[in-house]
Design a protein around this ligand. Structure first.
Ligand SMILES: Nc1ncnc2c1ncn2[C@@H]1O[C@H](COP(=O)(O)OP(=O)(O)OP(=O)(O)O)[C@@H](O)[C@H]1O
Ligand SMILES: Cc1ncsc1CCO
Ligand SMILES: [Mg+2]
Length: 262
């Protein structure tokens, strides 16, 4: 049986909530995607802040509405700061989201991410190879890119969700979002989204923001995936390649409204 598609009305309603709440998102993310991530959050109506020094991260994680942990360019100092921020977010009952970039092949980040699974992430967003590696079902992708399809990673995503209590979003041509018992699917987007860096990383920041919204977290996270997919579909219609895709994508996120979301 195919997982359910989100209804247009549900996505539109969650988008409205998102813009009303303007979630303040504490981003501890990689060096490659800082500006793009901040711009994606701003275009959608959230408020990003990149706070990375350990003591400040501890303070800010308790203040922000949501925390993003992305291990794309992890160092020992950053891992220490991230760990401290997560404990602070948990103590303040703020949701945190994990993007396990390139987990599997590289030992330091893999050990770190596996340790973090015990710290009750609200959500985990990764590509298929990352989710399979985190679930112990493969050894990872090719660097930061996936070598598997999202549907192949769905059993790993469901197992990971049941194990951690997180909503797990595994993305690709189709995105699957699961709490381990219920699964939703999001279609749309375009392969061009894999030819610019950071669409997945920025999606994880959007997922983090969605975790701060009231209501059913499974639907909120799936709606975040739908915002990105829909903006991707709209943007490719007016672009010729990766260079012109990025501004068109930000414009599409900014202009997103309820209709047309599927
Ligand atoms: N073949 C595809 N067709 C349509 N949309 C896609 C395709 N591949 C990825 N996407 C979309 O691109 C976005 C990023 O997902 P992806 O799985 O590529 O993340 P990622 O590999 O972690 O990216 P990165 O690490 O570069 O940030 C998602 O919105 C996803 O739905
Ligand atoms: C290219 C790249 N290298 C480390 S993190 C990152 C961003 C995409 O995940
Ligand atoms: Mg990624």
């Amino acid at each position: 049986m195919q997982p359910d598609l989100l209804h247009r009305a549900q996505i539109a309603q969650i988008l409205q909530q998102f813009r009303k709440c303007t979630p303040l998102v504490h981003c501890m993310t990689n060096d490659v995607v800082q500006t793009f991530t901040a711009n994606v959050l701003l275009a959608l109506g959230a408020s990003p802040a990149m706070v990375i020094e350990r003591d400040e991260a501890q303070q800010f994680a308790a203040i922000a509405d949501a925390l993003l942990i992305n291990v794309g360019t992890l160092t020992r100092d950053r891992a220490d700061a991230m760990h401290t921020a997560i404990l602070s977010a948990n103590a303040a009952r703020k949701p945190w989201t994990l993007d396990p970039v390139a987990v599997g092949a590289l030992a330091f980040r893999s050990d770190f991410c596996r340790e973090l699974l015990a710290l009750q992430p609200a959500a985990i967003r990764g590509n298929a190879s990352e989710v399979m590696a985190l679930g112990g079902m493969s050894s990872g992708g090719r660097g930061v890119d996936t070598t598997d399809t999202a549907i192949a990673a769905l059993p790993a995503a469901q197992a990971l969700a049941r194990q951690t209590g997180a909503i797990v979003a595994v993305t690709g041509e189709v995105d699957y979002i699961t709490d381990g018992f219920r699964t939703l699917r999001v279609t749309g987007g375009d392969v061009l989204m894999t030819r610019v860096v950071g669409t997945g990383c920025a999606l994880s920041a959007v997922v983090a923001a969605c975790c701060a919204l009231p209501g059913d977290r499974l639907y909120n996270v799936a709606a975040g995936c739908a915002f990105m997919a829909q903006a991707g579909s709209l943007a490719v219609a007016t672009t010729r390649g990766p260079g012109s895709f990025i501004p068109a994508f930000l414009d599409a996120l900014y202009a997103l409204h309820g209709e047309g979301l599927a």
